[in-house]
Design a protein around this ligand. Sequence first.
Ligand code: ATP
Length: 429
Amino acid sequence: LSSSSSTAIRQVKLDKECELRIEVGMETPLRLRLLTGTAEIFGTELPPEIWLTFPPRLKFAVFTWYGATIEMDGTTETDYTADETPMISYVNVHAILDGRRNRAKASSTSDPDSCQGPRVIVVGPTDSGKSTLSKMLLSWAAKQGWKPTFVDLDIGQGSITIPGCIAATPIEMPIDPVEGIPLEMPLVYFYGHTTPSVSADLYKALVKELSQTLERQFSGNAEARAAGMVINTMGWIEGVGYELLLQAIDTLNANVVLVLGQEKLCSMLKDVLRNKPNVDVVKLQKSGGVVSRNAKVRQKARSYRIREYFYGLANDLSPHSNIVSFSDLFVYRIGGGPQAPRSALPIGAEPAADPMRLVPVNINRDLVHLVLAVSFAKEPDQIISSNIAGFIYITDIDIQRKKITYVAPSAGELPSRYLIVGTLTWIET
Ligand code: ATP
């Protein structure tokens, strides 16, 4: 295991089934290219000889099945070669899923079960490599021409859109290791908080809405149904987190549960799912390359993600600042604020706040720095069940003049006047 932070251009020779694990430096990007052989980053093949630029702080691995030479230019926090990886077991899972997709496609009946491709849900504790495995399975499938649906239920560190959301999108091409998931019209529901404990009921309701919408889309799209889903989940696997996992498996009709890096979770899931013979629970090894992130790093990552939404990965977007009157926008909150835990109440008392109540929010300076979702709802009573067009953030509230200043990704009128606010904040830095 060697670590380096030199800046000179250097070459690394990788033997077959080895990977080069890299953490890009904190300040400057890293350039990298494939000189000889073949290699991939989380399931997406590298083009030969073309320099790719990786932004600061990115953590990734360049893996080769048959051997490769890699050239790097720039500083890294660390880079080292590993010859022990779980990649063979991961690609074996892919092969089995692929067989199931082919069977689903070939199925001549219209029976929704037999023409349904695999619905894979990836579960495990935080920092077990769930998002990474999800991306690999999606990219390998896309490389073979499938268009699997990526469902991201991770409200803490989502890969489809900003934190605080659950979302789904078809993956039509191997995922770009720098750009990530393309943002063409994902299906997004706004939960508004980065931990599920704020309102588990709302979280469950949104998973249900998402699942019903996907089900409707699949019913008219045999290709998407046969390609199936890959579902990424939160690292929260105790208590309510475990309950939400079970709900997700059930609601989205997952039939393959991949458990990363936790024996106990695997045996618990095997146990509760044993009366569902069509659900396979498979334990997979966690990669030694997965980088652990503490609370502070996670908070930072969330903030970068929101910045990226408004400004683009390479500062290539220019969001617009707009000023409107209080009366132009209707802001709602879902649920009566954070619920008091039952344990904090007198015995027998029920928490008073209805977690699914739509509450109009008075516009005042408390909204400054909050990120709001723009709902597709046409009427307030559709807000909870509607998906999201996009996000704005509030930069100023002028009480005297009754004006709101907000920043949106583009100029012009918002697609709707109904906005949802949670506890998601962002301070531009
Ligand atoms: P969480 O549930 O906490 O969001 P997770 O289980 O989804 O986390 P990942 O996001 O997949 O974990 O991985 C954590 C970090 O480790 C990511 O930055 C990822 O790019 C990095 N990583 C994963 N696998 C490797 C590897 N083999 N080599 C280098 N870095 C890796």
